[in-house]
Design a protein around this ligand. Structure first.
Ligand SMILES: [Zn+2]
Length: 392
């Protein structure tokens, strides 16, 4: 067995250092002056924050030969040395565990998938541990240490305590996952809600780069939402900010697993769509793929169910736009496979329900495979490593 990786800490545990590092990570390479402008700090404060990070090898500074101007002095650019450290990200779905090994720039080096036949915490933990050991083996050939593990799980997750309070798809309640996984892997562990983890990845490397206010809405087994307000991923006082899946859009609508009626998820979640199409057509439908196939064949009752799902999602997005006024809403998730069946309804319901200028919000889609969700989990581990916690 591999010895426990040496504990290494980030050399500058200040808000300025983590802000500078995150800016260079997501927007670099940049000249120091530009870093200062983007984070709103003085050049002297940036120099102070950068020095220990360069000494420890996390940041490097030098002339970018490719960008050397024809005239004038070439600018010294600061960038992250991706090969300096490694991280592991894990995403747990209802039937699969996906794990990725990334470098410090959160670029995926290796991805591994493991089918999940049982959902009890013990079985899932064994699967996570197995995949992490495999990836630690892959990392052995590299000189860089593995400095953290991020795990993303759907549902109500308390990142501060590292506890999954309630995950409907896994049927978990109060599982201290961070503590358990730290014991089995020997790594520092960050556990977060999966959509929030994906939102961190979108903020750093995806369709949210450079935006101070945006939302990620995921459609699929559940309807989730990650919110970035003033540049921060919001968790809220109770860790459940952005639960648009349980916004009521039809008080007389179908019963939701949360106990209420007519939630967005009770109309547009994968299981809800399959059940409604089954009821409307009497067809035997084993899964969402079969439901989608029926709608693609042109069965009107099946297409209507997708249309109503799109309407519910559009209203949910309008609720986000009316409350927070994000610049952009990014729709993602495995449910995008059916996007052509409800894109128009999402757009129409959004425009109808968004108030005034809120409708100017840029609503776009960004399909992301589960590897990207696991990468988001690795991003939360990097975030914890560079601390202090800027995620709420
Ligand atoms: Zn609900």
């Amino acid at each position: 067995m591999r010895p426990t990786p040496r504990a290494e800490t980030f050399p500058a545990n200040t808000p300025a250092a983590s802000q500078v590092f995150t800016t260079v990570l997501s927007q670099g390479p940049l000249p120091r002056l530009e870093v200062a402008r983007r984070v709103g700090l003085s050049p002297a404060a940036v120099t102070k924050a950068v020095r220990p990070l360069i000494e420890a090898g996390y940041l490097v500074e030098g002339v970018d030969e490719e960008a050397r101007p024809a005239l004038g002095r070439p600018a010294n650019l600061v960038r992250v040395d991706g090969g300096r450290a490694l991280f592991i990200g894990v995403k747990v779905t209802g039937d699969e565990i996906i794990a990725v090994l990334t470098d410090l720039c959160c670029r995926i080096r290796v991805a591994r998938h493991l089918p999940l036949s049982e959902r009890e915490p013990k079985a899932v933990l064994a699967g996570i541990t197995d995949l992490v050991q495999q990836l630690l083996g892959e990392a052995d050939g590299s000189s860089a240490p593995v400095l953290g593990l991020g795990i993303a799980v759907s549902g109500d997750v308390d990142r501060g305590e590292g506890t999954v309070r309630y995950s409907p798809f896994l049927e978990w309640r109060d599982v201290p996952l961070a503590e358990l996984a730290a014991m089995t892997t020997g790594l520092p562990v960050t556990v977060d809600n999966d959509v929030r983890a994906l939102t961190v990845a979108e903020q750093w490397f995806g369709a949210g780069v450079g935006l101070s206010d945006f939302a990620v809405v995921t459609v699929g087994a559940g309807i989730g939402c990650g919110l970035v307000v003033h540049g921060r991923v919001v968790a809220g006082a109770h860790g459940v900010a952005g639960e648009i899946g349980h916004v009521t859009v039809d008080p007389a609508g179908p019963l939701c697993h949360c106990g209420n009626r007519g939630c967005v998820e009770a109309i547009a979640g994968e299981a809800a769509i399959v059940r409604q199409i089954r009821e409307a057509t009497g067809a035997e439908l084993p899964d969402a793929e079969a439901a989608l196939a029926l709608a693609r064949e042109g069965v009107a009752a099946a297409r209507d169910v997708y249309a109503r799902a799109g309407e519910a999602i559009g209203r949910g997005i309008a609720t986000v736009a009316n409350l927070l006024g994000p610049e952009r809403v990014i729709i993602s998730g495995e449910g995008l496979a059916a996007y052509d069946l409800f894109a128009e309804q999402i757009r129409d319901a959004f425009v109808a329900a968004a108030f005034g200028s809120a409708a100017r919000c840029d609503v776009r889609t960004h399909p992301l495979p589960f590897d990207e969700w696991a990468r988001g989990a690795a991003a939360t581990a990097i975030q914890s490593f560079i601390g202090p916690d800027t995620s709420r």
